[in-house]
Design a protein around this ligand. Structure first.
Ligand code: ZN
Length: 347
């Protein structure tokens, strides 16, 4: 048998089947066909001048373009909104359970997306990355693993505070910044940057006065002026207070309306101004639940933090803000109390 003959025969039989089928489909759907519509319009407007008929056709063409554009834009917007809604949305819960149906059917309890993904960073994409592909989520804080709070006093400072924020961000870590009012007023953009990075803003008094030497109204003024600057820049209040020099007494602590935070690991960075000494001070003493004292107004401290955070993470420490430390250690920070460390073994 001739190969060409076989091909020709196959082609012919295919044509015999396909062409009538195509015609059938076309007839069935011709009501939705634009050509059909135009022809019908031509019947309708047949009596009109050629020019005005062309106008009608142009209008039909524009109408369909507008329709498709609006449809595509609306569909894209819908997809974007659906994919970006908060991590604990119904959509994600549904998606999560759908993806894990085989696991659920075996009766294994799933971890809720809500607790796994940090609410501030949990977009659909991060959710998919960490849930869908099973990567471990770098923003997740394990309350059973060791953690410490880095705290920075006397800032903010546009150069060294920014360096510290950059290294915190790069390592999915947070810290608490106890700002003094004069710097807070001068650098509102730094306050915004601290708040935007998920870090905590604390009050360190307006101009670094020993609160135990002041009258009640002066203490109030020292605290209130900082709160005003922070509120003006970020829209939020400070959440914790560190009295300058760590100095407080019963009278002061009763007056303060936010928990008093001291420290239990002093890097003495203000004295040494030496990155290596600061790193050594932390690494030789650090333990779970520590609150570490530093000052974000020195370049040497910023340099130390750039070395410290990766080192701490390598050793299994999670670096968090003071309020996060309390939250994940299951402690409620109380007024009338001063905290040097939170949780940990030696408490
Ligand atoms: Zn200070």
């Amino acid at each position: 048998m001739n190969i060409q003959k076989i091909f020709k025969r196959a082609k012919d039989s295919l044509r015999r089947t396909v062409i009538p089928f195509n015609r059938k489909i076309r007839e069935k759907f011709s009501r939705h066909d634009r050509g059909f519509l135009i022809n019908r319009k031509k019947d309708e407007y047949g009596y009109l001048e050629e020019e005005s008929f062309r106008d009608k056709i142009r209008k039909i063409n524009i109408d369909s373009k507008v329709f498709y554009t609006v449809f595509i834009v609306a569909a894209s917007l819908f997809c974007i909104i659906i994919s970006q809604i908060s991590p604990d949305s119904r959509f994600r819960t549904w998606y999560h359970s759908l993806k894990n149906k085989p696991i659920i059917s075996k009766g294994i309890q799933l971890t809720e997306g809500k607790s796994v993904i940090d609410q501030q960073t949990g977009t659909f994409l991060t959710y998919y990355r960490f849930q869908g592909f099973g990567e471990s989520d770098p923003t997740h804080i394990d309350s059973k693993a060791p953690m410490i709070a880095l705290t920075f006093d006397d800032g903010p400072n546009p150069s060294s505070t920014q360096r510290i924020l950059d290294v915190l961000d790069a390592n999915y870590s947070h810290a608490t910044f106890f700002v003094v009012g004069t710097n807070a007023e001068n650098y509102p953009d730094m306050l915004k940057a601290i708040s935007a990075s998920g870090c905590e803003l604390g009050n360190h008094s307006y101009n670094h006065k020993d609160l135990t030497t002041l009258s009640t109204s002066d203490v109030e003024e020292q605290i209130e002026k900082v709160n005003r600057a922070v509120k003006k820049a970020t829209g939020e209040n400070t959440t914790v207070i560190r009295p300058p020099y760590g100095a407080y007494n019963d009278k002061v602590i009763k007056q303060l309306e936010e928990p008093v935070i001291l420290w239990d690991l002093d890097t003495e960075d203000w004295e040494s101004r030496n990155a290596k000494k600061i790193v050594d001070a932390v690494m030789s003493q650090v333990k779970d639940g520590d609150i570490v004292l530093m000052h974000d107004i020195y370049d040497s401290t910023a340099e130390a933090v750039e070395i410290l955070i990766p080192k701490l993470k390598e050793q299994g420490y999670q670096v968090v803000s003071v309020s996060e430390l309390a939250k994940y250690k299951g402690k409620t920070l109380e007024l009338d109390k001063a905290y040097g460390k939170i949780g940990g073994t030696a408490e």
